[in-house]
Design a protein. Structure first.
Length: 703
């Protein structure tokens, strides 16, 4: 008996001596506030202010606060639409770059108190707070660091004022999930009628560590967003997508080695991907507007992103480990337009339908390795529970394990979801997925980073009863927390609308058996609309909407808004020095081509483009589409438009700026204060984003 006890004790001691230690975090890990932020996945940022009424993207700072007088402001309608879309919160733009405060601040007279809305007693931020509380949505705040109205901007006194504005917002509007700070800092403005350009060092002027200390103290649960964190980084574009590889960790370019950076030091090419094994947990936010612009413009009513387009952005942001921040633009009445509400509701429905059922539920899971053989704590069954932080883990020496998933029956799917327990860091670097098809294993997907979310959208639907996941690269034992298979609802592709320089319009569908219906009056097409049979000509400005119909299914509407044809237009000069980018490309109705003047000498003189439209006409404005190849060199930020009857004597019709054009290079529209009669048009580049030449993908007129 003594010998048996002794033998058992030796065996037990041997087992414990080889037991794995609990899994330690790998690299940087998220804070509690960042974990909650990751769990939100999506939220909206709401832009409403003086620019809503002036048809601009950025106010100059001299707009009258009396402009803010919505006839039917309804914060609950706006927040409710966001919630219906599956978004978990909203960020309210409390002050944009124009400096107009939408709450009754004590720091400046340039506020909602000077508005006739509610006789100067209104508080738009309070309205949003009440709506969020009623609907169970979280709220965040954006108070622009740049202030084009304040005469104090550029001095230490403004920083004090800005901090007091933050303190007011932090004190009076409940618990916030984020304090949002972008990188627009300094430039030309009104500045109390000074009308000048004021430059600041964006990294040092605000003393961000001291400013953010206010946030930490007053709103400890809020993550701080900035171009470079400190909690959430900008992805580097306003197109709503992260990189195919996207790390939640980041190593920004800091002014002093070893210190967390201030808002303004970034390697922009890294924002979209992050830094593998970066020092800071600083995940990416992908911001994009539901419309082309951030503020409401009536001309964009037909250009609201469709539910299918939003779903694609979801896969490219949330599905790559980032969060999606969607811009909403209330109209002058103070509500979202029906088009915006419809798109949000339908997108929310698509999300619910796609992710309602995990088709892997009930599957038998076989792992090649389980940490300590401890199935209850580290087994693969945790991949199918509802706990985001329970996980399948491997031994320290096993970092390329394999998981076989045997489904209860054959399933059809096109979406695969994986998640890591990010409380233990971002560990997995690469993986591949195979399906058992025709009695053999076939690779159907591979990807790199996982982190809080990885969604793989397959190019076609797969039907199988067995799936195999192989981790192909990981520097440490894995901690995988989720595995899911989902079947996206079938969606028909929108028809393609093309119009050439002669005004000839062609409609086509990806499915040759589809029938296309279209309208020319701006209304949504139905089965009673005009049926497309052959190309037709539309020489004047207008709008065409079209749908595809096949076997009872109907696509979303494709939309093309067009101006007068340019068949009679000619370039009068100057011509580009390069045959690769001729000036004719600026009027060829092809957004993929662009004119590039090339370098100009001396560099202080920027070029212009003179266009003969072929006839005398009444011109109400112009459109400018910047180059669409992702390069900002030669992109015009400040312009002057001239019109002439004879090509010799010129009248300045408008001059100004294309605000935010680098980050959001969409078509810009310049409306003249009154119509101007003329035949010749001159587009002058006063200032460009970068470089010393000028580029233009398309220039058009508004008749």
């Amino acid at each position: 008996m003594k010998n048996r006890i002794l033998t058992f004790g030796i065996v037990l001691a041997t087992v414990f001596s080889h037991a794995q230690k609990p899994l330690k975090p790998y690299g940087a890990v998220p804070s509690d506030a960042q974990l909650k932020w990751h769990e939100m996945e999506m939220y909206c940022i709401v832009h409403y202010g003086s620019a809503t009424y002036t048809d601009k993207e950025w106010g100059y700072g001299d707009e009258d606060p009396a402009l803010i007088n919505p006839s039917n402001f309804d914060a609950q309608q706006i927040v409710s639409a966001a919630k219906a879309g599956g978004f978990k919160g909203i960020i309210v733009v409390a002050k944009h770059h124009d400096g107009l405060c939408l709450w009754p601040t004590e720091t400046t007279d340039y506020s909602i108190k000077k508005s006739p809305w509610k006789n100067g007693k209104g508080d738009i931020i309070r309205e949003y707070q009440k709506a969020c509380e009623k609907l169970g949505m979280k709220m965040g705040i954006y108070c622009s660091p740049w202030d084009r109205n304040s005469p104090l901007y550029g001095t230490p006194a403004y920083v004090d004022m800005y901090r007091k504005q933050l303190q007011e917002l932090y004190s009076h509007y409940g618990n916030l999930f984020t304090s949002w700070h972008d990188g627009a800092n300094g430039g030309d403005g009104y500045y109390g009628n000074a009308r000048e350009t004021r430059k600041i060092d964006r990294a040092t002027y605000y003393d961000w560590p001291a400013t953010w200390a206010i946030t930490r103290k007053m709103q400890p649960e809020a993550v701080i967003f900035g171009d470079v964190g400190p909690d959430v980084r900008w992805v580097g574009n306003e197109e709503g997508h992260a990189g195919e590889t996207c790390w939640a960790t980041y190593d920004p370019q800091a002014p002093e080695e070893g210190k967390i950076p201030s808002n303004g030091f970034t390697k922009y090419e890294l924002g979209i991907e992050g830094t593998r094994n970066g020092r800071y947990w600083m995940p990416a936010e992908c911001d994009v507007s539901l419309r082309p612009g951030w503020f409401y413009h009536a001309r964009e009513d037909s250009r609201v992103k469709t539910p299918a387009e939003l779903l694609d952005l979801y896969y490219k942001s949330v599905g790559r480990g980032a969060n999606l921040d969607l811009g909403l633009s209330p109209n002058p009445q103070g509500q979202l337009n029906p088009e915006d509400i419809h798109s949000l509701h339908q997108f929310g429905t698509l999300l619910k339908q796609t992710f309602a059922v995990n088709l892997a539920e009930g599957a038998a899971l076989q792992a090649s390795n389980v940490r300590d053989n401890n199935l209850s704590q580290y087994g693969p069954q945790h991949l199918l529970d509802q706990d985001r932080y329970s996980y399948w883990a491997t031994d320290d020496t096993v970092n390329t394990p394999q998981l076989t998933v045997t489904l209860p029956a054959e399933k059809t799917f096109n979406v695969i979801r994986l998640r890591e327990n990010i409380k233990l860091g971002q560990r997995i670097e690469a993986f591949e997925v195979e399906a058992f098809l025709n009695r053999t294993w076939k690779k159907i997907a591979s990807a790199t980073s996982i982190g809080p979310n990885r969604l793989i959208r397959l190019p076609e639907k797969i039907t199988t009863g067995k799936i195999r996941l192989t981790i192909t690269r990981s520097p440490a034992a894995i901690a995988l927390s989720d595995f899911g298979l989902y079947n996206e609802p079938v969606m028909m592709a929108k028809p393609l609308i093309r119009r050439n320089t002669e005004g000839r319009i062609t409609l086509s569908s990806a499915n040759a058996t589809s029938t296309i219906y279209y309208t020319l009056d701006g209304s949504l097409p139905t089965l009673k609309s005009i049926r497309y049979r052959q190309p037709f000509t539309q020489p004047d400005n207008g709008i065409i909407k079209a749908i595809s119909v096949n076997n009872g299914q109907q696509s979303e509407a494709a939309v093309l808004r067009f101006g007068p044809v340019k068949s009679g237009w000619k370039i009068m000069g100057p011509e580009s020095g390069s045959t690769k980018y001729p000036a004719a490309y600026a009027i060829d109705d092809d957004p993929a081509t662009f004119w590039n003047s090339g370098p100009v000498q001396p560099s202080s003189i920027l070029p212009y483009l003179t266009i003969d439209t072929g006839r005398q006409q009444s011109i109400n404005g112009i459109t400018y589409l910047p180059r669409q190849d992702g390069n900002s060199d030669g992109m015009v930020s400040h312009y002057r438009i001239e019109v002439s009857n004879d090509g010799s004597h010129w009248l300045t019709a408008s001059e100004g700026e294309f605000s935010n054009i680098k980050a959001n290079p969409v078509e810009q529209q310049v409306s003249f204060k009154k119509p101007v009669s003329g035949r010749y048009l001159r587009f002058n580049a006063i200032r460009v984003v970068s470089g010393n030449g000028c580029t233009a993908a398309e220039i058009g007129v508004i008749p």
